[in-house]
Design a protein around this ligand. Structure first.
Ligand code: G1P
Length: 295
């Protein structure tokens, strides 16, 4: 089977950053392990909710990119039986088994130096090999507005187009400088034929270059936090790393997405759902409130 027709079986989640925007708590807790109260009422680390989104959408294996020194904490979370196991209710004891089963689907991949999001994705190259894969940000969680989960929606778009897909959402101009942004032509309900991908534009640039016909003034399409990428992305990431082509000191993903789009084409998909950022103090606070209220 060629890559262009292969089923998406793997998901990659980068979780190797320092979490500087969440300092000082990230001195002692990885931001991917911050708690969220999920729809089942359980207090879970963010990373578990992201992994469950992937697995419940049919993904078979998850590659978690972590700092080597953090491997143990992720392994312990999914695999270790807690010392207070006997004090747990039978239902919670059973849940330990569920976590182990989830953990059995995870492969820890190591990023030895923290030199950017693009570099973290590149660390998954040998594990992904030549398959398309679902890429999920390690600090976003999702709530669908329809029966299909957000990840299932973008997987479905890939299965219809066999081109890389970026999930997008509408972002007001006042916030666009925080996000990767796409522009292009709306070709069908919720589908955009992407022409440009640009990381964290200022409002003037966005107004000039990133407006999508048919959308309101000062509204743009920003990254939702989910992508389906073909393995060709690794060639562009490798090229940047070999040439030491950094942006603000780091190897970025977005410039490589732009190259991928120019060679293979790429679809933007306006996801029917909401994404919740947890990577900055104020948005995390708001996510704690909103995520529980809307689901
Ligand atoms: C990353 C991506 C950016 C995306 C954002 C969402 O940036 O590079 O395209 O919009 O996540 O939060 P970061 O937040 O890691 O700076």
């Amino acid at each position: 089977m060629t890559e262009s027709t292969a089923k998406v079986r793997k998901a990659v989640i980068p979780a190797a950053g320092f979490g500087t925007r969440m300092f000082p708590v990230t001195k002692v807790v990885k931001k991917e392990l911050f708690p969220i109260i999920d729809k089942d009422g359980r207090a879970k680390p963010i990373i578990q909710i992201i992994i469950e989104e992937a697995i419940s959408s049919g993904i078979e294996q998850v590659g978690l990119v972590v700092q080597e020194s953090d491997s143990q904490i992720f392994t312990d979370y999914f695999q270790a039986i807690p010392s207070y196991y006997e004090k747990l209710s039978p239902e919670k004891q059973e849940y330990c088994q569920y976590l182990q089963n989830l953990g059995n689907k995870i492969t820890l991949l190591s990023q030895s130096e923290q030199v950017g999001y693009g570099h973290a994705v590149f660390c998954a190259k040998d594990w992904v090999r030549d398959e398309p894969f679902l890429l999920l940000l390690g600090d976003h969680i999702y709530a669908s507005e329809v029966t299909k989960s957000c990840a299932s929606q973008i997987l479905q778009v890939y299965e219809q187009t066999y081109k890389s897909v970026i999930g997008v959402r509408i972002i007001p101009g006042t916030e666009i400088h925080h996000y990767g942004c796409i522009s292009g032509n709306l070709v069908a309900d919720s589908l955009i034929n992407i022409e440009t991908i640009y990381e964290k534009p200022d409002l003037n640039y966005a107004r000039e270059k990133l407006h999508v016909a048919g959308m309101k003034e000062d509204e743009f399409l920003g990254v939702f936090g989910m992508y389906i990428l073909t393995s060709k992305i690794f060639d562009y990431l490798e090229e940047n790393i070999k040439q030491n082509a950094r942006d603000k000191g780091e190897f970025q993903l977005t410039s490589c997405l732009d190259k991928l789009q120019k060679t293979e084409g790429m679809t933007g998909y306006l996801v029917k759902g909401r994404c919740f950022d947890t990577g900055m103090p104020e948005v995390y606070r708001q996510t704690m409130i909103d995520f529980r209220n809307i689901i």
